[in-house]
Design a protein around this ligand. Sequence first.
Ligand code: ZN
Length: 328
Amino acid sequence: MGTYDTGKPGPTIAFMCEYDALPEIGHGCGHNLIAAIGVAAGEALKEVIDEYGGKVLVVGTPAEENFGGKVSMAEAGVFDEVDVALMVHPGNENGVGARSSALMPLKFEFFGKSAHAAIPYDGISALDAAAMSFVQINLLRQYIKPHTSIHGIIKDGGEAANVIPDYASLEYYFRAPTMSYAKEVSEKATEMVKGISEANGTRVEVSEYECPYEDTVINYKLANLLTEKYQALGVEEIRPVNEVAAGSTDVGAVSYKCPTIQGNIKIVPDNIGAHTKELADATISKEGEKGLVHAATGIALVALDLLENPELLEEVKAEQEKTLAKLS
Ligand SMILES: [Zn+2]
């Protein structure tokens, strides 16, 4: 984390950097650009913040693709004193943020008793409990609210057909528009699995096998500010906040700690998706460089506006408080 402290009272503005790449593809998610955008915006704000007071942070947030660096950093208190966190993700459109799904990853492990499958009455099949749980969780789908999804696999189901398996496991993602609902659904599933395990005479252990991701809290005031700055810079076709979640991100964890924006900047044509070689190539092209300058300038100008007009920052924070109160 890079910090510049004016030593004078004022807001703390954080620019977030990502930098992890993908196997084989390289920077197919453009996190190398996110790093450059954050550093550039931080440097720019550092040049002027002495006039106003406050602090600039450039926060390196590793491993967005799988372990959710921002989640553990948020838990460790990195964003507790931050007033606003800003970042921009490159891709195939210009935008001012999007919702993301909360994700609760649960693993169910069943422990039974192995036996030769020709004398199955000496054993207790962990796989039977897993298979019944898999079916029961499928039945649960009828009762869940819209935009919520359950996807799971049988991770372990035994090694040989002539052995009653004493161990089986299921891995699930429970995704929902809010963390509280993702937890509610995953708790329902857990209760069902416990009942099934008992009925089968197995023992079950339930654990979070990956990092849970919170949904992203949208701050429309911040989104409007970035829209204004993008327009002033000549950025065209700016998509408003995308209200339909298309996945999950560790930015969600930060958005519960402070008003946060993850904007978007277009560096590839519409038909090129994320996690592609084409996007990786674009990050080091002329288009990538243009996107870098627009995105870094855009979020630096948002930060400057908040420093120059403390009442704007108050509005951003008031909206955040109101939204969080509704979610809890
Ligand atoms: Zn990404």
